[in-house]
Write a protein that binds this ligand. Structure first.
Ligand code: ATP
Length: 237
């Protein structure tokens, strides 16, 4: 079975001369729940931007379920659902319009799109709200709407860019439960986060990115025992 994501020696130099990525190598297995953790400006959004083909890479290879972005871009795109950091839907459209239109962009026939809208809005606890304008939703509902929208073309890989930034702890927990269920149902998930706690709650593997380099890429279990060990050493000194 192909890996969900394979990145080889990925580099990005912006026009300004800033080296945002300095040769990243990364593999995410099919079915994994993977966290990309790092401080502001580390290169997380650039990495996500390249995987989702919103940002051009300078060099390196990216494959999504074996589809190379350089040679099979459209097929690679079909495999990915992206939940960006900011709400970027039309707030005056209804909840159902937003998800059905998204399916249309991916060539899903309308009848099938309507069927899927019921499935994914129910799964996101938004079916009752389907005829409401998106601007009327609470913050948590808006985030769930973004996820439902990203699932409409049934991607195998869901990427979320800081899904819980600025979200209170109750809502964060609600999101965690929702994402965990999605992953248990077979969707590979990659999320970027500033919170180790969030990665620890959800993810099986973790990459830590700093100044454009992947300084750690391991299982959550390994990282936690390593951190404990380091704390232990510090405690002794
Ligand atoms: P954050 O957590 O704040 O979103 P990040 O880890 O996602 O940070 P990036 O947004 O990928 O980091 O930024 C990596 C580096 O690239 C930073 O130095 C940033 O200033 C720079 N950068 C990002 N986007 C651009 C751009 N469009 N043009 C020039 N430089 C950019």
């Amino acid at each position: 079975m192909a890996n969900a994501l394979e990145i080889e020696n990925l580099e990005k130099v912006y026009g300004t001369g800033i080296k945002a990525l300095r040769g990243i190598d990364l593999k995410v297995e099919n079915g994994d729940f993977y966290a990309l953790l790092g401080p502001n400006g580390a290169g997380k959004s650039t990495t996500i931007g390249i995987i989702t083909s919103l940002v051009n890479k300078t060099s390196g290879k990216v494959k999504v379920f074996d589809y190379d972005l350089d040679t099979d871009l459209e097929k690679a795109k079909q495999q990915i659902g992206l939940v960006p950091q900011e709400f970027n839907f039309n707030p005056f459209e209804t909840v159902q319009q937003i998800v059905v239109n998204q399916a249309g962009y991916y060539g899903v026939p309308r009848k099938e799109a309507l069927k899927r809208s019921e499935k994914y809005l129910k799964q996101s606890n938004l079916w009752e709200k389907r005829n409401e304008r998106a601007r009327m939703l609470s913050g948590g509902m808006k985030r769930r709407l973004m996820i439902a929208r990203a699932l409409m073309h049934e991607p195998r890989l869901l990427i979320l860019d800081e899904p819980t930034a600025g979200v209170d702890i109750e809502l964060r927990r609600e999101m965690w439960t929702f994402l965990r269920e999605l992953n248990e149902n077979g969707t590979t998930i990659i999320l970027t986060t500033h919170y180790l706690e969030e990665a620890e709650m959800l993810c099986r593997h973790i990459g830590i990115i700093q100044s454009g380099e992947l300084i750690e890429n391991t299982s959550m279990k390994n990282l936690l025992s390593k951190l404990q060990f380091e704390t232990f050493i510090l405690d002794l000194s």
